[in-house]
Design a protein around this ligand. Structure first.
Ligand SMILES: Nc1ncnc2c1ncn2[C@@H]1O[C@H](COP(=O)(O)OP(=O)(O)O)[C@@H](O)[C@H]1O
Ligand SMILES: [Mg+2]
Length: 226
């Protein structure tokens, strides 16, 4: 049996609110994800889905528990190791796209590589083609529909070929037709590259296309994962 890509053990998070008791959001989350495995994270609004995804993507830190990446605990990592991992190992896709409005489609897709000092060759052109945005490469995000912006965000998330894609309600702002197209594209591209995907959704029909769901309710996983 191969080593899991990601193991999460007893992950805890609370928010300190001034003048009020701390708000416990995650109460000991435990699961693992294999290389090439795609799983939706389902649950109602406020369940802690975004908080979990932000912690897994290194955007927030947990209060307790452990994250193990390819068999190595991230607990002992210093800031540089964490920053390198965040840059190269995970790709993030947000509900509201988060493209840089002043940059063109092409510049948005190439940005992670520019920040990382990676030479892309023609890889970015192939990727732009794959998400169907070649003819719009000189356009600004404000000139694109929501579905088009999210396709650009998918290309940006995949440009450095990260092993793990984290997507937080990536089709939540889209109409039904665009949502279906973006979801099918994302899942196909992740599977073809044999990457892993955690995709947050509250929509069961979206979840069914991704894989076996992790169900989060009030900061706990409904079924205990080994
Ligand atoms: N920065 C924050 N400060 C205080 N409370 C927060 C913060 N972020 C999220 N929360 C609270 O944590 C809970 C879980 O939020 P979230 O992870 O966004 O849930 P979901 O994505 O499942 O809707 C909610 O009650 C939310 O209000
Ligand atoms: Mg959320």
């Amino acid at each position: 049996m191969s080593v899991p890509l990601l193991e999460v053990r007893d992950l805890r998070k609370s928010y300190q609110l001034t003048g009020r008791p701390a708000l416990e959001v995650l109460h000991g989350i435990q699961f693992s994800l294999n290389p090439g495995e795609c799983r939706p994270i389902c649950g109602p609004s406020g369940a802690g889905k975004s908080t979990l995804l932000h912690i897994l993507g290194g955007l927030e830190s947990p209060d307790g528990g452990e994250i193990i990446w390819k068999g190595e605990s991230m607990k002992g990592w210093n800031r540089t190791q964490g920053a390198l991992w965040r840059r190269g190992a995970v790709g993030f896709i947000f509900q509201s796209y988060h493209l840089i409005p002043e940059l063109t489609v092409e510049e948005n897709v190439r940005l992670p590589a520019m920040l990382a000092g990676v030479q892309l060759g023609e890889r970015w052109e192939d990727l732009l083609d794959e998400v169907g945005m070649t003819l719009r490469r000189d356009h600004l995000p404000g000139e694109l529909s929501g579905g088009e912006q999210q396709r650009v965000a998918v290309a940006r998330a995949l440009i450095l070929e990260p092993d793990l894609i984290l997507a937080d309600e990536p089709t939540g702002n889209l109409d039904v037709a665009s949502a279906t197209a973006v979801l099918d594209l994302l899942v196909r591209m992740v599977r073809e590259r044999q990457k892993s995907l955690l995709l947050v959704t509250h929509d069961e029909s979206v979840a069914a296309k991704v894989g076996n769901p992790l169900r989060l309710l009030d900061g706990r996983l409904a079924e205990k994962e080994k």
